[in-house]
Design a binder for this molecule. Sequence first.
Ligand SMILES: [Zn+2]
Ligand SMILES: [Zn+2]
Length: 241
Amino acid sequence: MKLTVVGSSPAWPNPGGAQSGYLVDSGGQRVLLDCGPGVLASLREREDWPRVDAIAITHFHLDHWGDLVPWVWGVSFGPGRDVPKAELWLPPGGRATLAQLGAQLGRPDMFEDAFTVREYARGQPFTAAGFEITPVKVLHYELDAYGFRVSANDSVLAYSGDSGPDEALAELARDADLFVCEATLERPNPEGGVRGHLSAEEAEAAFRASHAKRLLLTHRPTERPLDQRFEQAHDGQEVEL
Ligand SMILES: [Zn+2]
Ligand SMILES: [Zn+2]
């Protein structure tokens, strides 16, 4: 299994960066985890139009799904016409959400026409692009948000999506080969209220509890440099696991 970090920026982009997008490749099949602004342009630097078998979205904050909109236009009118349709896996209720967004941004059916759209269910593993993916509900303000546990060929990648402190993160990443975990905050809970993000130390605590083998922190503003003991994801990074 190979991970390519396409975009690792948080809710505002780091200089020259793309927002959330993680391409996972195994045996020639590819799934893209999240598809934030900047991800499509970055993928197009590698190939005329990205050939992915599936895209899976963790939650409906724009930095995790926004590039689905230009993806639709490329599939409808551009070079994406000649590429096999990708599956698009959404959180529960996601089809209705995209129909509403489509009505505002183009037409209600635009996403259904461009992708083979499916919804996953909380905690229920699904198969996409030959990977088994388990969506684990995580704490992200009041929003319905998920992390993904992705496995193929005895390798396991865990991706937190956006999450505050949540015991579910240790389950998500249990014994995983790699835990890609968000570390948005300088310190715990400067926002107050319901938690939505982690500090690096909180991500590390979840990693320790999970017994995963390697921690890669992401979704971090440049303005918040990390202690040197942490490994931080960067756009274009490739990790074999
Ligand atoms: Zn985010
Ligand atoms: Zn979010």
